[in-house]
Ligand binder design. Structure first.
Ligand SMILES: [Zn+2]
Length: 1000
């Protein structure tokens, strides 16, 4: 007994030292930073994927928990309770797709509490977009849109502007993210976890994880951002996670209970802090206190953090505080430290020797195309909405925002979640389509008002597989097929329209009534088969009678305007009474030359291989080949079990297998287009189209079902091999915007140890890629995000499709084996897409890449109707534009946003399309005359804003940073001056994007 009593006495003595009182302890959590000590910024957060293993709504409500125990409602409900309990506590919220789902369900009293928490800085919105977007497979316009949407609701509800970028999970980081979706948004900082493992090791040694990032070569230091790459991951240091049902080590400070551990936990804290301080500049370090779908019961975290802060600060060796990325950044800034400079981007990302996350650049290619197609469609629909009035496009807002998430368009969600993303997009798009059908009639009405009843327009989302009921329909009863083409570009766009038809006796007339040259091309059996299967699979419709022909004609449409074409039955006979029926040509020569215009290609008659591309006007003449190959997907080996999968590209090490060395050619010729049809195998076919007035080849591939009955996953590429010395150098775009220089087997920031000579040289491509030698530039543009590389000099290779039988162990837990099912019969997914090939003289490729790239992104929006031509003309304007007649935007400017906002304002964004020094004629200051652009409308008020339109441009404040050995020289970037409120002329320097809030 005596012994026991003395132990108790000792314990009580210790208690007196560590604890103020028995029972209730008021933990002191209110401290800010302290000078002279190491400050440990605890940033409480929960990483909530907007869909991944479960759908976004399942994550929100907490259903399907057998897959993953996760409920964002729990997180937000319990965080608000926990914050309200102690004003010292803080929490950051990123994804507005979740927060807004939650907010609308809250009572006024809870909303009032949340308002107080936000106003006091306890609850801070960071990032603030609808989702935490991916940075490889996203287009910059979609990134801007989804961020603007989130920022707008935060501004409306809380009058707050997020200050910090929080991209903690995306798999590599883009240049566009740093300067555009960072600095130009008004963010002071961006924070993330995933950078290359070799890069990270080097940066830890040099204390270079935190940098000043200048992602734009055009803007340099004027668009830089403080960047914090975490030393490990976005979870806390080991032993400091406190998720309620995890195996945690709580801070136990009650001496009347067993396992009292305050000293132990304080010691652990101090040593973890010192370890991190050893790889970090200044005496401020950040601990990311949270993980995926954490804070299900927030009190568990806050209770333990309260105690840590209290006892660590009493201990006094280091200083702990509740913090946020903004507080942390301000502390870093106040330290007056110099930071290393970082340029370009953080791609590709590898987390170990054989684990390059470059597969997801291509994973789920048809979903990627769907997102990109709807992106262009959404832009055009919002323009039409602006012109006729209304807010009918908002049904796509949530779906498009969610689709940009880093497990959505990236292709790394489970199949059922991907189906959910597609369903949301399809529902949103079909609603917008219905409204656009009505709006088109209002737009073209000669009275300037909507008619009632309106003409029934229809649109065709499945034109690429020749499904379009209204063009296939017989033209009868004196009616014509009326095609209204809307052009969302700022310049006149001339392009070829192709629609499936069933009649050979058709003529096409334009809005003046004059005949337009047309050509009929027989629809091939590959397309017939695709149409039959996919119309059934997607729409549940049996289509037994495929259309016979593509009707091809050239349409020319004014900027931000429309033109009308009438397809009708020809009444007489003779060549000018119907379209030209394409001929199938055969050749006895060694080579076959195709192309009705100046651009020609030659193919070998014997092998069917492309041999040469040349242009009789520009004089360009380049020997070139093209082939399809596939990499076998690695399933792991004895040294490393890493398999290729949804995220990771790991080829099996063998040289890629050529699909065919000899391909039969079928050449179809006509006055508008020549086509070369090639079947490379039973599962790969290709049509190369050379149009009369295009200086590029359009290559349409159809790949699938990829055979896997040999047990081998396959990653299919197309490869162009030109006779060019390119010195290991190639150029790929960043989110469809800046082109970045890539050098094979090389990284600018560290000495690369090459472990994956193919996968480690893949980069994301959204707009295109090119290589150059002393004479020529060979460029390719794409219609969706893909992975691409140049593995040998003179080569461009693009990964187009992947079908893999193993999971790569990064969490999704499914092989990337997409199938399509009809009547319970499933087969591998077929992907159809297009890429565009151009050869230009050195220094002349940029104009084609930028303008054609914009035309690929923003094609015509086509509306179809069957009407009597004469009566149509009596109530409709055949051809028109929002702009003043003859006004056009210059070639170097695109309208990337024109959108009605629910507060009665209109959002306008103009983007200069060229980088500094990219093109002698176009990399110059551009001017847009808004008065002429808006034609009859009068601008009453114009306010220039930041990129996401949540603050006035004039009120944006940028932090100045010191950069180690800063040697920035060269000319200052050219940027436009303020817009005069009378003249309304907008100037744009190279790569400049300017955002305006307008009132009419
Ligand atoms: Zn994530």
């Amino acid at each position: 007994m005596a012994a026991a009593a003395s132990v108790l006495a000792l314990l009580l003595l210790a208690a007196a030292a560590a604890r103020e009182a028995d029972g209730y302890v008021a933990y002191n959590t209110s401290a800010g930073t302290v000078a002279g000590l190491l400050n440990v910024h605890l940033v409480p957060h929960s990483h909530d994927d907007v869909g991944w293993l479960k759908t976004v709504d399942q994550y929100f409500v907490g259903s399907n928990n057998s897959i993953q125990g996760a409920c964002v409602m729990n997180t937000l409900d319990s965080v608000v309770d926990a914050l309200a309990r102690d004003p010292g506590r803080k929490f950051v919220v990123a994804e507005q797709a979740f927060f807004q789902r939650w907010w609308v369900e809250k009572s006024p009293s809870i909303q009032a509490i949340v308002h107080d928490l936000v106003d006091s800085g306890q609850l801070e919105f960071i990032n603030g977009g609808w989702c935490m977007h991916d940075e490889a497979a996203t287009h910059y316009i979609d990134m801007i849109d989804q961020t603007t949407l989130g920022h707008r609701v935060i501004k409306q509800q809380f009058n707050k502007t997020p200050r910090a970028g929080w991209q903690i999970d995306p798999f590599g980081h883009s240049a566009v993210q740093s300067y555009l979706l960072g600095a130009e948004l008004g963010f002071d900082s961006v924070h993330f976890a995933r950078i290359d493992y070799q890069d990270r090791a080097m940066r830890k040694q040099d204390k270079g994880l935190e940098v000043i990032w200048r992602g734009s070569r055009t803007f340099g230091s004027s668009s830089q951002i403080f960047t914090n790459a975490f030393p490990v991951h976005y979870s806390p240091p080991n032993g400091f996670g406190f998720e309620v049902l995890d195996d945690i080590s709580p801070v136990q400070d009650d001496l009347l209970l067993f396992d009292y551990n305050v000293e132990q936990r304080v010691n652990d804290f101090v040593s973890a802090a010192i370890a991190q301080a050893n790889v970090t500049r200044t005496n401020h370090i950040m601990w990311t206190m949270g993980d995926d779908f954490n804070y299900q019961y927030a009190e568990s975290w806050f209770r333990n953090m309260d105690r840590l802060i209290h006892y660590v600060n009493k201990d006094g060796r280091v200083h702990a505080l509740y913090s946020t990325p903004s507080i942390y950044t301000d502390a870093k800034h106040a330290s007056n430290q110099s930071w290393p400079l970082k340029q370009d981007d953080y791609f590709p990302y590898a987390d170990s020797t054989n684990a390059y996350w470059t597969g997801y650049f291509t994973s789920r290619p048809t979903f990627k195309r769907y997102v990109r197609m709807l992106s262009g469609y959404y832009l055009a629909a919002r323009q039409i909405e602006f012109m006729v009035g209304g807010l009918f496009t908002s049904s796509l807002e949530d779906a498009m925002g969610i689709a940009q998430h880093h497990d959505a368009v990236s292709g790394t969600a489970k199949q059922h979640t991907t189906d959910d993303y597609s369903k949301r997009l399809a529902l949103g798009a079909s609603q917008v389509e219905k409204s656009v059908n009505i709006a088109l009639d209002c737009l073209i009405s000669s009275k300037g008002t909507c008619r009632s009843p309106a003409v029934k327009f229809s649109q065709c989302q499945l034109l690429n597989i020749s499904y379009c009921p209204s063009t296939e329909e017989q033209i009868s009863g004196g009616k014509s097929l009326v095609i209204v083409a809307y052009n969302p570009l700022g310049w006149e766009h001339s392009d070829y329209i192709r629609v499936p038809v069933n009649d050979i006796h058709l003529v096409v007339k334009n809005s003046d009534g004059s005949l337009v040259d047309s050509q009929l091309v027989e629809i091939d059996t590959v397309t017939d088969n695709l149409r039959k299967l996919y119309v059934k699979a997607y729409l549940g419709i049996n289509t037994d009678k495929p259309p016979k022909y593509w009707l091809v004609f050239q349409a020319s449409v004014p900027p931000m305007g429309w033109n009308t074409y009438f397809v009708s039955k020809s009444t007489g006979t003779g060549s000018n009474k119907m379209g030209y029926v394409s001929s199938i040509s055969s050749s006895n020569k060694d080579t076959v030359e195709v192309g009705p215009g100046p651009l020609k290609m030659t193919f070998s008659s014997a092998s069917g291989q492309l041999t040469r591309i040349f242009n009789s006007i520009s004089g360009v003449d380049l020997p070139i080949q093209q082939s399809f190959l596939w990499y076998g997907s690695s399933t792991g080996d004895v040294i490393d079990s890493q398999a290729s999968g949804a995220y990771i590209f790991r080829p099996d090490g063998a040289t890629p297998t050529a699909v065919s060395r000899s391909v039969p050619l079928k050449v179809i010729r006509g006055p508008l287009v020549d086509e070369v049809h090639q079947q490379f195998s039973s599962w790969i076919s290709q049509v190369t189209r050379l149009y009369k007035e295009k200086d590029h080849a359009e290559v349409e591939y159809t790949i699938g079902p990829i055979p896997v009955n040999d047990g081998i996953g396959k990653e299919v590429i197309t490869r162009l091999t030109a006779n060019m010395v390119t010195n290991g150098t190639f150029y790929t775009d960043s989110n469809g915007r800046d082109f970045l220089k890539r050098v094979r087997n090389y990284r600018e920031d560290w000495d690369l140890q090459v472990t994956q000579p193919v996968a480690g040289n893949y980069y994301p491509v959204n707009l295109g890629m090119y290589v150059a030698d002393g004479k020529y530039e060979l460029s390719v543009l794409v219609d969706r995000s893909v992975g691409a590389s140049s593995i040998q000099d003179g080569q461009i290779e693009i990964m187009l499709h992947r079908r893999i039988l193993h999971d790569d162990g990064r969490g999704v837990g499914e092989p990337l084996d997409e199938v399509v099912c009809v009547d319970n019969k499933c087969d591998g997914l077929t992907a159809r897409g297009t890429y565009y090939v151009n050869v230009n003289k050195l220094g002349h490729g940029a104009h084609w890449r930028r303008t054609t790239g914009q035309e690929v992104y923003s094609p015509f929006l086509l509306g179809f109707a069957h009407e009597d031509e004469r009566s149509w003309k009596s109530y409709s304007t055949g051809k028109g534009s929002m702009m003043d007649a003859k006004y056009t935007l210059p070639d170097n400017v695109a309208i990337i946003t024109l959108q009605n906002i629910d507060d009665g304002t209109v959002l306008l964004r103009l983007a200069h399309l060229f980088q500094a020094a990219e093109d002698p004629k176009n990399s110059v200051m551009a001017k847009v005359e808004l008065k002429k652009m808006f034609g009859k409308r009068t601008i009453k008020k114009l306010t220039e804003t930041n990129l996401s339109a949540n603050q006035k441009k004039s009120e944006m404040r940028k932090l100045n940073w010191r950069v180690v050995g800063d040697t920035e020289s060269g000319p200052a970037p050219i940027v436009g001056g303020p817009v005069d409120g009378q003249a309304f002329v907008v100037e744009l320097g190279p790569m400049e994007i300017r955002t305006f809030s307008l009132k009419f």
